[in-house]
Write a protein that binds this ligand. Structure first.
Ligand code: GRG
Length: 294
């Protein structure tokens, strides 16, 4: 990772702490669980995508930080709920006990709910952003994580467990479950830079770039689940096969799956060149999403 991206990640870590409550007179375990789930590790890819897209299009990093945190709070909520016994029943996340193992199931559910609300509060109150752009970001985010986006994809995933999906069904599942949040991170970065209105063709191109990135990211996630250890992943390795899930390596084979991710990236990167961004951060992030160990 370049120094610029490292610095960006540290700036995001500070902002993630800044927008979180620390104390509550009535519900300290809830706050502790929210902070545990959202501040103890994670690659921060989605908030970096918001910031890199915004600054690459000439927008301000300072303005992008609150919306970037909103996206990461949503991601943290989704991981808490995904790990619950009623969902994937995973006891390890970021190399630590999952939130429900550490705080109990009821508090974990509420911490996910609390982070979901905190995300929209942070986005709706984001400083220095025109109200119309904030509203647009809220519209895009609510749609991306709802019944036809992330939550819909999770539901499809639960329904599909133990069944064999076709490649096209698997792509549809992950476009919703994983892809929608990655795509909206890029879209919100573009909205903040004012590009959806001023350069609609750039917005469409970035959305198409993000579709490919989201799918490639998920394919690599499936590959790493097979090739890496629990220690490196910080979450249980081999969990897809154990849970009876359809995956890209199971459908295509390990190497073809890796090649599919690389082909998606090879299609996506020239789209950024066509746009002509002001820095290379988005391209570097896309590369990192594929060249990663966990
Ligand atoms: C429970 C509403 C609800 C949704 C869950 C995103 C999701 C949907 C579940 C997470 C489980 C999973 C493996 C999803 C695939 C997407 C994915 C690769 C998530 C992990 O993202 P990273 O690698 O996480 O960016 P870090 O740990 O870096 O924050």
């Amino acid at each position: 990772m370049t120094t610029d991206l490292r610095t960006l990640r540290e700036t995001i870590e500070d902002a993630l702490r800044h927008y979180q409550p620390e104390q509550s007179a009535t519900s300290q375990p809830l706050i502790d669980a929210m902070r545990y789930a959202s501040l103890s590790g994670g690659k921060r890819i989605r908030p970096m995508l918001v910031c890199a897209t915004c600054t690459g299009l000439g927008g301000s990093l300072a303005d992008a930080l609150a919306p970037a945190c909103a996206i990461e709070y949503i991601h943290a909520y989704s991981l808490i709920h995904d790990d619950l016994p009623s969902m994937d029943d995973d006891e390890l996340r970021h190399g630590l006990p999952s939130t429900h193992v550490k705080f109990g199931e009821a508090t974990a559910i509420l911490a996910g709910d609390g982070l979901h609300s905190l995300a929209f509060e942070t986005l709706a109150n984001a400083p220095n952003i025109a109200p119309a752009l904030r509203l647009r970001a809220v519209q895009l985010l609510s749609r991306a994580i709802g019944w036809e986006g992330m939550v819909g994809g999770q539901s499809f995933d639960l329904e599909a467990t133990g069944k064999s999906l076709s490649l096209s069904e698997l792509q549809t599942l992950h476009a919703a479950k994983t892809g929608a949040l990655i795509k909206v991170a890029v879209q919100i970065g573009a909205v903040l830079a004012g590009v959806e209105q001023s350069k609609p063709e750039t917005f469409v191109l970035l959305s198409e770039f993000a579709d490919r990135l989201g799918l490639a990211f998920q394919i690599i996630d499936d590959v790493l689940d097979v090739t890496q250890s629990t220690e490196v992943l910080g979450k249980p390795a081999g969990s897809d096969a154990d849970a009876g899930k359809s995956t890209f390596p199971a459908l295509l084979g390990l190497e073809p799956a890796q090649e599919m991710a690389e082909a998606l990236l090879a299609e996506a990167l020239p789209m950024l060149s066509r746009i002509g961004l002001q820095n290379d951060e988005l391209a570097e992030l896309a590369q990192l999403a594929i060249d990663r160990e966990f």
